[in-house]
Design a protein around this ligand. Sequence first.
Ligand code: FAD
Length: 388
Amino acid sequence: MNLDHCVLIVGAGIGGLTLAAALRRAGVPHRVFEQAPALGEVGAGIGLWTNAIRGLRTAGVDLAQVEARASEVRWGEAGAADGRTLARFDVGAIADRHGAPSYVVHRAELHAAIAQAVDPGAITVGAACVGLSQDEAGVTLRFADGSEVRGAIAVGADGLRSAVRAALFGQEAPRYAGETCYRAVAAHDTGDPHVLREVQGRGPRCCVVQLGPGRVYWWATERAPAGQPVPIEARKARLAALFEGFRFGFPEALAATDPDAILQHDLYDRPPLPRWSEGRVTLLGDAAHPTTPNLGQGACMAIEDAVVLTRALSRRGAEPAAAFRAYEAERRARCYRIVKQSRLFGWVGSWSNPVAVWLRESINALTPPAVLARAMDEQLGYDAGALA
Ligand SMILES: Cc1cc2nc3c(=O)[nH]c(=O)nc-3n(C[C@H](O)[C@H](O)[C@H](O)COP(=O)(O)OP(=O)(O)OC[C@H]3O[C@@H](n4cnc5c(N)ncnc54)[C@H](O)[C@@H]3O)c2cc1C
């Protein structure tokens, strides 16, 4: 298939679809290729902060239905397992300052809302990209069924184990963070619909947050070797034992959870790449800068990438190499700062030594609120800007 004039996007996750929506709005021709037989996302929650809400609005995504079913987060709290609140972050003040709220939303509902902003005729499902080649005039993607598509440029938005990244920079295993993560949505109420609470114990840590009326989203981690998932039927009992006696509502949310709904994923990121682009091909989202989820910014950064890349590509007469340089220059420092901070946050948060835990809790409790507010504002108050 010859699509000489098109941007070819590999992957229809949150990043790839947001890019497609933004390119559509900017009038840049594009096509999306997704390996799965149908569009969709896993059934869990996701933190969508002020920075991402602004990005989605810019990309032309109508969030009305997602927002109606979600809960706005006005406060973030860090707690100790025994019930002490160690720190509070005024998330609502950031929302008010920047004119965009923060939500925890359902992933599948978010994905569906972004898909609504994409031209359905631009998406091909069941198309697993297995390789690519490029020359001065264009890029050719190769798919698992033997077919090929040629376009002007290509964007790998194909996630943590990106085939496009491997084709550009070689195959390398992602970096395990030492923790495995369980998560689920359950029919339950936290009693505090606008508070997101993370509780760190001696190793295990967890978070519970309202996901609209009558639903909560929770996640929980434990330190564990990579690649040894707990059988689904044993997860609930394992978590009940690990988090026995924790305050702040995690045991109650777990008790309300359908055992078959508990997902488990090991947590990975990757060390920084010196560059994301090669010739007519670049990377976006997890394909470029996968991060551990400790700051809840992986998908948010993919959304920001989509806006910045669209702006770079829609500059009149922009050559791909120059557009990709501008895109990377705008994105790399922020993304890698978040990847690094997130890894550190997870490492410290999963300390188990009692002295180290005491130190962590003291630092959490003694950090001046103004310092926390500044750090949060830098992260959540980021504006990816306009499309043009
Ligand atoms: C436990 C957990 C909790 C998280 N919580 C948050 C949070 O609260 N907030 C937040 O912002 N982020 C969070 N994240 C991170 C977030 O999920 C990712 O950063 C985000 O999904 C990245 O989006 P993406 O589109 O770049 O990649 P992906 O979501 O991985 O999408 C990639 C897409 O490409 C497709 N694909 C893959 N390979 C190919 C191929 N060869 N050919 C064609 N298609 C292909 C895939 O099927 C998929 O549809 C969390 C992650 C985890 C693991």
